[in-house]
Design a protein around this ligand. Structure first.
Ligand code: NAD
Length: 482
């Protein structure tokens, strides 16, 4: 007999308890080998004044079991409460969000009858690092941070997932025609890792056309791997066009454990009525069983669920008189799945447990140290009410003997020495300094002296960014028009 896997379960808010009870009943009937620790999260905990929505002893359970099956919770608005989802994601270092988006045509209404794709979204970095600053009256910034290790980890995960699940193609989606360094790194790593998987087709799409194709021709996709923000948007587009947001489950895979949940929220509008569809959470539980290596039970549940959908046993929100045989409530639906355990679907392809292979997820190594050379500095300044950009250039041009002002731009658009377009009034300027003598190396002391000169001249520096090359390759972009 398979050893029992310890898991932590939270019943959540709204419809959470109803769909969790239904899901656990099916897992038990199917013979899932689980040792369940139940914790409380969400509204009740927030109301006790716990700002994170989860108590320490519940944390200990998740840290011990490293596997969390979570029902949706209601996040209170305002009042300084922290998002539980973000806390869990960060604490468990959940780097991969995996969301299968499948259409169940003709049994569930959809505009896209042929669709069976999985979106693998990087979950820890990108613009979601939450590093934002207001720098001037006019300008705020949000830092987009993409790492070599973070990109390689998610890209490898996507290829391993594709191989283990018998998928044929992996598509990378980025915007590296514009963000040549951040998205360029992601794309480059994808191309490198793809070579290790010659049996899989690998291609790349720019996010704008990629999003359009997912909406209009999702049959073109199999596994998609992408950065955090694009993944957030694309996975909702994909779930929506599949027609089955309420049926979607997702896995969040981390370095310190994994979390599984339905894609939808706590649906307070239908809570307590025993009419919610438990399928999103059940499909998340199937992903959990696969993760735990209980692939036979996972397949048994998945096949019984598909047979239930094919038999027209449908909850209210997907009920369609043309194809549905019975409008089932939550309990009736879960009982129908249990009755079909051991049966195979007739129309949809059945899940086959033995085809699942173990995923190989190596420790990701830091890139080797390159020869890092300081090539100059960008000094960002708040300059307003003291004349136009020519006057700013006049002020800062003579602040250093060893570093020369080579350009000024406004949010990436060149405005000095030549303006490529008439720039509107602004207060946020980047002054780029490079060595006065082109061959001389730049030192940090020169930059500190330069900043002291800015201070003396009364020009407010809002930030600096060092310009480096690595192994002779320029590690910074130039302004538009340069
Ligand atoms: P929602 O997903 O809860 O509901 C949207 C609509 O879909 C509602 O009409 C609802 O009745 C319906 N619906 C959702 N799940 C269903 C199901 N299983 N069966 C039948 N119908 C279903 O989204 P919302 O209304 O925007 O959010 C409600 C609450 O859920 C909010 O407090 C939000 O913060 C929270 N939320 C939590 C999570 C999570 O815990 N992961 C995710 C999203 C939203």
């Amino acid at each position: 007999m398979t050893k029992k896997s310890p898991i932590t379960v939270a019943h959540g808010d709204g419809i959470g308890p109803e769909i969790m009870v239904a899901t656990l009943k099916i897992l038990e009937a199917a013979g899932a080998q689980l040792e369940i620790e139940t914790i409380e999260i969400g509204e009740k905990v927030y109301k006790r004044g716990v700002m994170s929505g989860i108590e320490d002893k519940s944390w200990e359970s998740i840290q011990r079991t490293k596997c969390f099956l979570k029902a949706p919770i209601s996040t209170p608005q305002g009042g300084g409460f922290k998002s539980l989802n973000v806390t869990v994601r960060k604490s468990m270092a959940l780097y991969a969000n995996v969301r299968p988006c499948i259409s169940y045509h003709p049994y569930v209404r959809t505009t896209q009858p042929v669709m069976n794709m999985v979106i693998v979204r990087e979950n820890e970095e990108d613009l979601y690092a939450g590093i934002e600053h207001q720098q001037t009256d006019n300008v705020v910034q949000c830092l987009k941070l993409i790492s070599h290790t973070g990109s390689e980890r998610i890209v490898r995960y996507a290829f391993e997932y594709a191989r283990a699940h018998g998928r044929k193609k992996v598509t990378c989606i980025s915007k590296d025609n514009i963000m040549k360094m951040t998205d360029g790194l992601f794309h480059r790593i994808f191309d490198t890792v793809a070579k290790e998987y010659p049996e899989l087709t690998a291609n790349h799409m720019i996010v704008d056309i990629g999003a359009a194709k997912i909406a209009a021709a999702p049959h073109l996709f199999d596994v998609v791997v992408t950065e955090n923000l694009y993944g957030d948007i694309l996975s909702d587009i994909a779930a929506e066009v599949s027609g089955s947001v309420g049926l979607c489950g997702s896995a969040n895979i981390g370095k310190h454990g994994a979390m599984f949940e339905a894609v939808h929220g706590s649906a307070p509008d239908i809570a307590g009525q025993n009419i919610a569809n438990p399928s999103g959470l059940l499909n998340a539980a199937v992903l959990m069983l696969q993760h735990l290596g209980q692939t036979e039970v996972a397949a048994k549940i998945q096949n019984a669920w598909l047979a239930t959908i094919e038999d027209g046993i449908h909850t209210g929100e997907i009920f369609n008189p043309q194809v549905s045989a019975k409008r089932a409530n939550t309990t009736e639906f879960s009982d129908a799945v249990i009755e079909r355990l051991g049966k195979l679907p007739k129309y949809f392809p059945a899940m086959v447990a033995s085809e699942e292979k173990q995923m190989k997820l190596p420790d990701i190594q830091m890139p080797k140290r390159g020869l890092k050379k300081l090539e100059g500095v960008d000094v960002f300044v708040d300059w307003r009410d003291r004349g136009n950009v020519a006057e700013l250039a006049g002020q800062v041009k003579s602040l250093s003997n060893s570093l020369k002002l080579s350009s000024i731009d406004s949010r990436g658009l060149l405005v000095w020495p030549e303006a490529i377009a008439k720039s509107e009034q602004g207060d946020h300027w980047r002054c780029r300094f490079t060595p006065a003598n082109d061959t001389a190396p730049v030192t940090h002391e020169q930059i500190i002296q330069l900043l002291q000169s800015f201070l003396k001249a009364g020009v407010e520096v809002i930030k600096t960014e060092n310009l480096y090359s690595f192994d002779g390759v320029r590690g910074f972009t130039v302004a538009q028009g340069q």
